[in-house]
Design a protein around this ligand. Structure first.
Ligand SMILES: *Cc1c(COP(=O)(O)O)cnc(C)c1O
Length: 468
């Protein structure tokens, strides 16, 4: 353990002082009742200013972020977040706003909402957007409420089912359930796309609509989308587009043109605002013209969504402009295909062919299993990557493959970084083939190795606990 891995309480020395406040000249406030007043001092660590700075700086570096290294987390689009977006969001005139200010005083912010609405409509082919929802899943729920409202307004009350492909992101069936809809699963074909023949018999007059991700969570474009749209519409249903993975399509094709009626975007993925750790997001929902009237009654957030996130995304769109937004997708697709082709002799590629911005391997080709030593798994590969300074890809999702390893490099990485990652992935595959124990025990170089993830999530220890 390095000296400064010690927690700040362990560095405390009685009487040491990092900063002192001026002497309090006022008597204790009579408004604080006696029984609430502190009798003994708080017990804060007594340390110098450099100790405090090192403590927090070291803590911040125990975590992995896109500013520390390559983060190919499939489906999550962990692209680099340009710092100009932060500068724009920090401008006093924006950062100092209060949601209850008079409209006359917030004209600039209102203009951002308006312009953003227009930009998103142009990018997606939708008619108009609500910027209220604060995350992708929140957008899904909002979109499904719009879908329900549409059927209710027409007096079509029996439409309570929503079709979701088996490759869908987990939030899709969850949002449908929260919205009071019944989920009906549609199977995928061997080639990873929706089975249109399996879809047909599901399209009854009880179906409110279908939720689709395109490209789907395997990174594959649904080539039959026009047929699917026609079938669903003929059956009286609506098409919902999960646009969390809009990254590869920007400037190339638009969900509105594919026949979708409702969609959400993840500004915190495609439009490069920081996310992770449950941080602020934004999931604007767009609708086709015939659904415009279904929006206004919905209030899904206290005020008008996460303005700071919307602002960052607006800065991103303006700084790239139309031509460069198109390049985002093209480079994202190129990067994903490059990695896939360079690694497919070491990792199982269940579905051949060109992918979009991400793809899925199904574990190692040679996992090194021998005698009593079990072979290296996808979890082991993911853990070993941390030793080499890369964040792991998404693992064990989608559920279609047992050893899923889902890689999304994004457009923001240089060829040199991609090559370094490919080199490490090949090295790990060789290590596994020769001695899988190295992988079973990884990571070796991180502050903690393999926590019990369930306990860590359910009973996290969030404050210092004395060793005794
Ligand atoms: C990330 C993601 C979501 C959920 O978005 P959140 O902002 O995390 O709620 C939904 N669908 C897909 C395809 C995603 O990748």
């Amino acid at each position: 353990m390095k000296y400064y891995d010690k927690l700040i309480f362990e560095l405390s020395k009685e009487g040491r002082c990092g900063y002192s406040l001026p002497q309090n000249k006022f008597p204790a406030s009579p408004e604080v009742p006696l029984q609430l007043r502190r009798e003994a001092p708080l017990g804060l660590p007594e340390v110098s200013e450099p100790d405090v700075v090192r403590h927090y700086t070291n803590l911040s570096q125990m975590n992995f972020g896109v500013d520390t290294g390559f983060y190919p987390l499939g489906s999550c689009t962990m692209k680099y977040n340009p710092k100009i977006n932060e500068e724009m969001a920090a401008l006093q005139g924006f950062a100092g706003l209060h949601p209850l200010m008079h409209a006359g005083l917030v004209k600039g912010a209102l203009k951002v909402y308006q312009e953003m609405n227009k930009a998103l409509a142009a990018i997606t082919g939708m008619y108009t957007f609500t910027l209220d929802p604060c995350a992708g899943a929140h957008g899904e729920l909002t979109g499904l409420m719009i879908m329900r409202t549409y059927h209710m307004q027409r007096g079509d009350f029996k439409r309570t089912k929503v079709i979701v492909p088996d490759s869908a992101h987990g939030t899709n069936p969850a949002s449908a359930a929260v919205c009071g809809l019944e989920v009906v699963e549609v199977k995928s074909l061997e080639n990873g796309r929706i089975d249109v023949e399996a879809l047909k018999p599901l399209l009854t007059d009880e179906v409110a609509g279908i939720m689709m991700t395109n490209p789907n969570t395997l990174g594959l474009f649904e080539t039959e989308i026009k047929t699917i749209a026609k079938l669903v519409h003929e059956a009286g249903g609506l098409l919902y587009y999960d646009g969390a993975n809009m990254n590869p399509l920007m400037g190339v094709v638009r969900p509105g043109d594919m026949g979708f009626d409702i969609m959400h975007l993840n500004l915190h993925k495609t439009f490069s605002t920081p996310h992770g750790g449950g941080g602020p997001g934004s999931g604007p929902v767009g609708v086709a013209k015939h659904l415009e009237d279904c929006i206004p009654d919905l209030r899904v957030s206290g005020f008008h969504g996460n303005f700071g996130v919307i602002l960052r995304a607006y800065a991103y769109i303006l700084s790239l402009g139309k031509d460069h937004l198109k390049k985002v997708g093209q480079y994202a697709v190129l990067s994903a295909n490059y990695i896939k082709e360079c690694l497919k002799d070491k990792y199982k590629l269940p579905i051949e062919g060109v992918c979009k911005h991400e793809f899925v391997f199904d574990g190692l080709i040679h996992d090194g299993a021998h005698d009593d030593v079990p072979g290296a798994t996808t979890l082991d590969v993911a853990k070993r990557l941390l030793d080499y300074g890369f964040h792991a890809p998404t693992i064990y999702f989608p559920l279609l493959f047992h050893q899923a390893l889902m890689i999304e490099p994004t457009e923001t990485e240089s060829k040199e970084t991609l090559d370094a990652f490919i080199g490490v992935m090949r090295k790990i595959a060789d290590e596994a083939a020769q001695d899988p124990m190295i992988l079973h025990e990884a990571p070796h170089n991180t502050p903690i190795s393999r926590p019990d993830e369930t306990t860590a999530a359910r009973n996290p220890i969030l404050k210092y606990q004395d060793a005794q």
